[in-house]
Design a protein around this ligand. Sequence first.
Ligand code: AMP
Length: 305
Amino acid sequence: MRIVLLGAPGSGKGTQSQRLVQRFGTPQISTGDLLRAAVKQGTPLGLAAKAAMDAGKLVSDDIVLGMIRERLAEADVAKGFILDGFPRNIAQAEALDAMLKQVGKPLTAVVQMEVPYAELTRRIAGRRSCQTCGSVYNIYSMPVGAAMVCTKCANHPPLYQRPDDNEATVVERLKVYEAQTHPLIGYYSKQGLLQSIDAQGEVDAITALLVGVLTSPARRRPLVVAKTRKVKPKAKAKAALKKTRVKAKAKARVRTKVKVKVKVKAKAKKKAKTKVKVKKKAKSAAKSRRPVAKKKARKAARKKK
Ligand code: AMP
């Protein structure tokens, strides 16, 4: 079994790789783990890779391909391998194809793990890892009140959060995935190697799906269902629609407010005008009444005389 697990950061490649290792006994090769080990040891390769990793960018192909070439030459790989996080762009995929062709052992399957973007960010934020054995945990799926320690290591070392699992870096990593890694779906689909699974939900259920896909006869496997392409624009469109609706509602509210204000102003103006008119009328009536009163007074005076 020589497989590649494809998927965005947080899609569960690491967790599922570890389960496949237990199930099939083939080693997991994670370029992320290899790079993190190099950074921890402070090797020249690690130092060269650190800046790109911290920024959520891809480490240069030279470094990664050198590492993979060395790892694929090790004895345990004769049983096969599970590639996790490699390849991450077309150039790496082509280089891998060339390496495997040389030894006459091409890939047997590529499985794309589909997870909606909102779920990816939640998973990454909750991810905690063991620095000793590399096991991956998630605070959202750990039992309530569980200690933040690795239960697989005898001395229970504390779990840690990867420095690149922060919000700002995650956005960049997802962007990089979309631009550079997602095109691999087309690349492997053209080779007839690609399978797609819905990687949401219970970890055990996803493992069962994965094992099913990997062990079913190639002829009966469903052909590529590259759902991410369909799901993402749909989700994006939905979000955009929601935004537009909210904006339209807000605009309508403002419009109504303005209308009401204009109406109130117009009413006040009309009232003021009416007041002025009434005053004017009263004044003119008073004026016209005044001479009559004077005449009457004069008449009364004459009579007295
Ligand atoms: P991962 O543990 O797979 O999420 O990888 C962590 C980081 O290591 C990535 O964000 C990259 O900076 C780097 N990295 C891992 N694998 C590769 C690869 N195949 N090519 C380039 N950079 C990689």
